[in-house]
Design a protein around this ligand. Structure first.
Ligand code: ASP
Length: 436
């Protein structure tokens, strides 16, 4: 893939110990196109360890001086021999500051990335760029959105003649308040910064080998995907492929910037390229599964002929501010699929009552523990018989399909199944299309 510039984003686990930071230094200097590094706060060193961001959230609640020392200690371990007075002062100032809680919480949460970027820039003799210089964001604390003005600021500030290090995860509102993105939001910083340049690749360094064709928790040793389109990844991300922040896809997709999701620990091994388009040699690129859905089925003689009925049904959800995930229509029945955790038990009963109210002969069934199997791939389009093959593989393995939905673009096919069948279902399709 040819490009002249790389924006390299390093996730928390890639910057959690001094050993891995040494590797990151080598990675950055290994290719002189890597001129912009975006960093996360230190992640977990091992499963029992805490992420610095989580420690900072705790600190916002208790202002505990022991915790302050623990947090600073993490940086001392990661950057041995470095003077940490500068970052200590920043943290102590922030803890003392009198701000309304959401602003206070964000100003502490962001410290993790800021300290990381300042120290990494120092040991690499790079330029530290503070988000206050380049990222203008909305003042939605904990969920900021980057504003267009940032593009001009980024282009003006970053000259590409020297390595720069930028903390991920936050920006500043027009009135100068520090505001963070949602969790995992350093991806957003990296993707947005990359989208401001030409001939660029966005390298997302993490602790997995890339994107897999199925969830490794459900399938033993699934194949790594070498290349996937933005749309394919989006369809898989809907159901749990969480390797890349969903919002971060937008700027790179709009600017058609390739993303390379790769493993810091196994560098220089190649990971997964996320691209605008690709040749599809197989019909399916990946299989995802997500549970936690519930379905509301209403059946009524003559439902099909009743004008405006769908509008009424969906209003039972929108009036309660609930999102609908899928709508499946039969002739005289409609199934609405939603996320179960959006509803209290009482709200489920209320919706059922509304559905019964559609007509005297309406019957309503509400089901829990519904899972969705998502089979995605641009090769599905126009591939005659593919859904039959998928269904046959499910049938052979004793998986009952409760509903099927597929948009007419044929990007993915979604099968509603009982949650208890998840392993069977994913493995059935995986074995049929990826093995042998
Ligand atoms: N440190 C932040 C988090 O843990 C942001 C990030 O790592 O992307 O969510």
């Amino acid at each position: 893939m040819s490009y002249l510039l790389s924006v390299a984003k390093f996730g928390g686990s890639s910057l959690a110990t001094s050993e891995i930071v040494s590797k990151v230094r080598n990675i950055i200097t290994d290719d002189n196109r890597r001129k912009i590094a975006v960093v996360s706060a230190p992640g977990r060193k091992n499963k029992s360890d805490k992420k610095v961001t989580d420690m900072l959230i705790e600190l916002a609640g208790n202002k505990d001086s022991k915790l302050i020392n623990e947090i600073l200690g993490r940086y001392e371990d990661i950057y041995p021999g470095q003077d940490i007075d500068e970052i200590r002062n920043i943290l102590l100032e922030r803890v003392k500051k009198d701000l309304p809680f959401p602003a206070y919480l964000d100003s502490l949460k962001a410290f993790g990335e800021e300290a990381q970027a300042r120290l990494l820039a120092r040991i690499m003799d790079a330029v530290y760029i503070d988000p206050s210089e380049i990222l203008v964001v909305t003042n939605d604390f904990g969920n900021a959105v980057i504003l267009e003005d940032s593009k001009r600021k980024i282009k003006d500030r970053i000259s590409l003649d020297r390595l720069v290090v930028i903390p991920g995860f936050y920006g500043y509102s027009a009135n100068g308040e520090l505001v963070t993105f949602s969790r995992g939001g350093s991806d957003l910083t990296g993707a947005y910064v990359a989208s401001c340049f030409d001939n660029v690749i966005y390298e997302n360094f993490t602790d997995t080998n890339g994107v897999f064709a199925a969830d490794p928790k459900l399938v033993d040793n699934p194949a790594k995907i070498d290349e996937i389109t933005y749309e394919e990844l989006r369809d898989l991300a809907y159901s749990g492929f969480t390797v890349f922040h969903a919002e971060a896809m937008k700027p790179v997709k709009n600017a058609k910037i390739p993303v390379h999701i790769r493993n810091t620990f196994t560098y220089p091994s190649e990971g997964t390229y996320v691209v605008n388009d690709r040749e599809a040699d197989k019909p399916i690129v990946g299989i995802a599964y997500k549970n936690g859905f519930c379905s509301f089925n209403v059946e009524m003689t003559g439902l099909n002929d009743s004008k405006g009925i769908l509008n009424r049904i969906t209003s039972f959800f929108s009036s309660r501010n609930k999102s609908i995930e899928h709508i499946i229509t039969g002739i005289d029945d409609v199934t609405v699929v939603a996320m179960r955790d959006e509803f209290s038990d009482a709200e489920i009963d209320e919706v059922k009552t509304d559905l019964y109210g559609l007509g005297e002969n309406a019957t309503v069934v509400c089901k829990d523990n519904v899972g969705c199997l998502v089979v995605a791939g641009k090769g599905l389009r126009g591939h005659i018989g593919i859904s039959g093959e998928i269904q046959r593989s499910l049938a052979f393995n004793g998986v009952n399909i409760e509903f099927i939905t597929q948009g007419s673009l044929e990007r993915c096919i979604i099968y509603g199944i009982e949650h208890r069948d998840n392993m069977k279902a994913v493995n059935a399709v995986y074995n049929r299309f990826f093995k042998g």
